[in-house]
Ligand binder design. Structure first.
Ligand code: OXD
Ligand code: MN
Length: 600
């Protein structure tokens, strides 16, 4: 096991506080995974899917109150409030710990405390980080097996005195002797806390068993805590997919792209290129950790080991590679379990005759509730968990400890108007402005945001920046200064433009490779660009549309820079950025002014 002093002391302290029935040290083995699945099937928490259709795969339904990240209950408890900044909830760390300790006291009664040793990033890579999650949820253990590298090798690396990031998690639902467990134990919303103590590199999560609230290696460690570390240490932890795009001549380009949750990152990461001879290989679909290398370029690794993807909308036409990745050894949460014991979700592109819905009720397509609204079989934020290595287009270098050199940054969001299909930044500083003012119409990944029409989501990181977002933006400028002419080129895309009568203007999916190719041609200096007030845009004919049936007026609309609408977005951005006060980098104000002047 381990002789690490900090670890042994921490586990003993948490055991004494949470009073579990037993403590199990996890080893990440197949035996462990299989044993926990057998136990969860026996208690009714998991359903084993048909072995011939979906080998070694399981479905879970969460409690209907526990279905997504809870941003309203997520805290950055820095020592000083001003260090958490306007995008985070803050509570004084001492006060928060007091509150949470009361909740943690005895919270694992009747349950098993699992200690999960894991590495974010290839074990032993110098970009990788070691975490230890303590949890009372066997569902979390099996998901962590897929999403991270769970291995006792972590103990060898730690040795007696090595440091790790402690991640404490409890579903917050103790069991009295003889009390039957619920299928998905969790605590009510007012007791849920997803807490980060950035100065201590410490994570405490209570009350939710779902996704990023509970699989603490992902959003909590790899983004919130890591972004704060990266800001201090001069590297980057970003909410970005990473892909390799290879030309017919074999030239490789590496692209890192930031889109808000549920805006198609997984689809883009696994895209089937329609541009002849070009191919995409996946390195990561959600998180990139990036550091300048010895040659001055920026190198990226995917700290995760699996995909925790949004199920609805994943179909043969939208993402065949994701479907192939979940063909076996997969976990599904909040989807339909069909009558023949397979899985189904909305927009899967196949018929379903019926089954059990995500609320565990009998379900048939087209069923309506008492108000006449259609009942969805799968929750809009239902998920699949699958190993990255099962993806048929996983890149041979996805576990290269040195990472891959990034050529291109892409920013974007879901906007049905205003933003054209693609534009390029004049320089890195404008690229930072584009990333910092990226905006999106809301999606289902966080359901407690209320009914806002437009959300500014800097670098798709709003819910994940572990410190002051103004300092974070300055860090982007500083990284640009450090990388100089080796900094990636920056682009902004919008696949989601619609006509006034609601028709999609761009086919999306595999056709997005045309836009990626234009970016690579720009990097290579093979094509020019038109200067517009908002940036550089394709010269007609240079972004290939061969074989696509896009009427000229649709193309014009897709490429239109509507200065009236853009000025409105600029005003909205100004208002949004005003809340950063004197932490707003001067260069951001300069960018705002310059854009305003260019828009006339
Ligand atoms: C995710 C998210 O789960 O961004 O990746 O919400
Ligand atoms: Mn994400």
């Amino acid at each position: 096991m381990t002789n690490n002093k900090k670890l042994l002391a921490w586990v003993a302290e948490i055991e004494a506080m949470c009073t579990p029935e037993q403590v199990v040290w996890c080893d990440g083995s197949k035996e462990e995974y299989d044993r926990l699945m057998v136990e969860m099937v026996a208690t009714g928490m998991a359903v084993k899917l048909d072995e011939t259709k979906r080998p070694n795969s399981f479905a879970f339904n969460s409690d209907p109150s526990d279905v997504a990240r809870v941003e309203g209950r997520t805290y950055i408890a820095s020592l000083k409030e001003e260090d958490a900044g306007p995008t985070n909830n803050w509570i004084d760390p001492a006060e928060l710990k007091e509150t949470m300790k009361k909740l943690y006291a005895g919270c694992m009664k009747g349950r098993t405390l699992y200690v999960i040793p894991f590495s974010m990033g290839p074990v032993g890579s110098d970009i990788a980080k070691i975490g230890i999650e303590i949890t009372d949820s066997p569902y979390v253990v099996v998901n962590m097996h897929i999403m991270t590298r769970v291995t006792p090798k972590v103990f060898d690396i730690l040795g007696e005195d090595g440091d790790f990031i402690p991640c404490l998690h409890s579903v917050g639902s103790p069991l009295e002797p003889g009390q039957a467990d619920s299928r998905w134990p969790c605590a009510p919303i007012e007791k849920k806390y997803i807490a980060h103590f950035p100065e201590e590199n410490l994570i405490w999560s209570f009350g939710s068993g779902y996704g990023g609230n509970a699989l603490l290696g992902k959003k909590c460690l790899a983004l919130r805590i890591a972004s704060a570390m990266a800001g201090r240490e001069g590297w980057m932890a970003e909410h970005m997919l990473i892909l390799r795009f290879t030309s017919p001549e074999g030239k490789q380009f590496h692209i890192a792209a930031a889109f808000p949750s549920a805006c198609g990152k997984t689809n883009l990461a696994m895209l089937q290129a329609t541009v002849p001879g070009w191919k995409v290989e996946t390195i990561g679909d959600d998180i990139a950790w990036m550091k300048p290398g010895e040659d001055g370029r920026l190198y990226a690794i995917n700290p995760e080991a699996g995909f925790f993807g949004v199920a609805p909308g994943t179909a043969e036409y939208s993402n065949p590679m994701a479907l192939a990745s979940v063909q076996e050894n997969a976990i599904f949460t909040n989807v339909v379990v069909t009558d023949d014991n397979d899985v189904w979700w909305e927009d899967m592109g196949v018929e379903c005759s019926g089954g059990t819905d995500w609320k565990n009720n009998p379900w048939k397509p087209g069923m309506k509730d008492a108000d006449g609204n259609e009942i969805k079989g799968a929750h809009p934020n239902s998920r699949f968990t699958a190993r990255a290595e099962q993806c048929p287009v996983i890149c041979a270098d996805w576990e290269n400890p040195a990472g891959v050199p990034i050529d291109i940054f892409v920013f974007g969001g879901k906007r049905t108007n205003t933003m054209p299909l693609v534009h390029e930044a004049f320089d890195f500083n404008q690229g930072v402005y584009m990333g910092a003012t990226a905006s999106s119409e809301p999606t289902a990944a966080a359901l407690d945001l209320g009914n806002v029409a437009l959300r500014f989501d800097p670098f798709a990181m709003t819910p994940f920046i572990g410190y002051h977002a103004g300092d974070y933006m300055q860090h982007w400028f500083d990284m640009g200064d450090k990388l100089g002419d080796k900094a990636p080129r920056c682009f902004y895309v919008n696949w989601f433009r619609k006509t006034d009568d609601g028709k999609w203007l761009w086919p999306g999916f595999g056709e997005n490779s045309r836009v990626l190719k234009w970016m690579c041609d720009r990097v290579e200096g093979k094509v020019g660009a038109r200067e517009t007030p908002i940036g550089l845009m394709p010269i007609d004919g240079e972004l290939t549309l061969d074989g696509l049936d896009i009427p000229a007026e649709d193309w014009a609309e897709l490429m239109k820079v509507d200065t009236v609408l853009f000025k409105q977005t600029l005003q909205d951005a100004k208002e949004y950025l005003a809340k950063f006060g004197d932490k707003l980098p001067t260069r951001m104000t300069e960018q705002l002014k310059a854009l305003e002047a260019r828009l006339g």
